[in-house]
Design a protein around this ligand. Structure first.
Ligand SMILES: [Fe+2]
Ligand SMILES: [Fe+2]
Length: 154
């Protein structure tokens, strides 16, 4: 399988896992942390939308339908379930690392040449990923930051 194909599949998978994970976190914290729960719910919507963009791009480029979306979302929910014993703070630390890495990866891809269709999607999703990373930055550092947050999370 070629690299481009694998890249879209990986991006699709990560977005769908993220959608399931955030959806599940949103319901877990609906009562105890209603404001945060709303943010998680919005993030779930973003990740789902991102996943659909990759799905459409894949279909357009390769004429094939990407399968497994429901499974990856389910996997995200399982991950959220398994993380239940962790404190909210610990979960958010982990999410912070993942989201900051997503921002850094997108920025690297956009700086390289790459495929135009892919870059168009990446530039649409970048502000969302920055907002996701920004929430954790706000929690751990007391203010929002628009760029990849690397200090303090390693
Ligand atoms: Fe995303
Ligand atoms: Fe994200």
């Amino acid at each position: 399988m070629n690299n481009g194909k694998q890249r879209i599949m990986k991006s699709f998978r990560m977005e769908m896992v993220g959608a399931g994970l955030y959806r599940s976190l949103s319901s877990q914290y609906r009562n105890s942390e209603p404001k945060l729960s709303e943010r998680f719910s919005a993030f779930a919507g973003h990740e789902y939308r991102h996943g659909r963009m990759f799905e459409k791009h894949f279909l357009k480029t390769y004429g094939e339908t990407l399968r497994g979306g429901r499974f990856w979302m389910f996997l995200g929910r399982v991950m959220a379930f398994l993380a239940r014993p962790l404190s909210l703070r610990k979960k958010m630390k982990r999410l912070s690392i993942i989201e900051s890495q997503a921002v850094a990866d997108i920025e690297t891809s956009l700086n390289g040449s790459g495929d135009t269709g892919m870059n168009r999607i990446l530039s649409i999703i970048l502000p969302d990923e920055k907002a996701h990373a920004g929430l954790y930055h706000e929690v751990f550092h007391g203010h929002e930051q628009q760029t990849a947050c690397e200090e303090g999370i390693r």
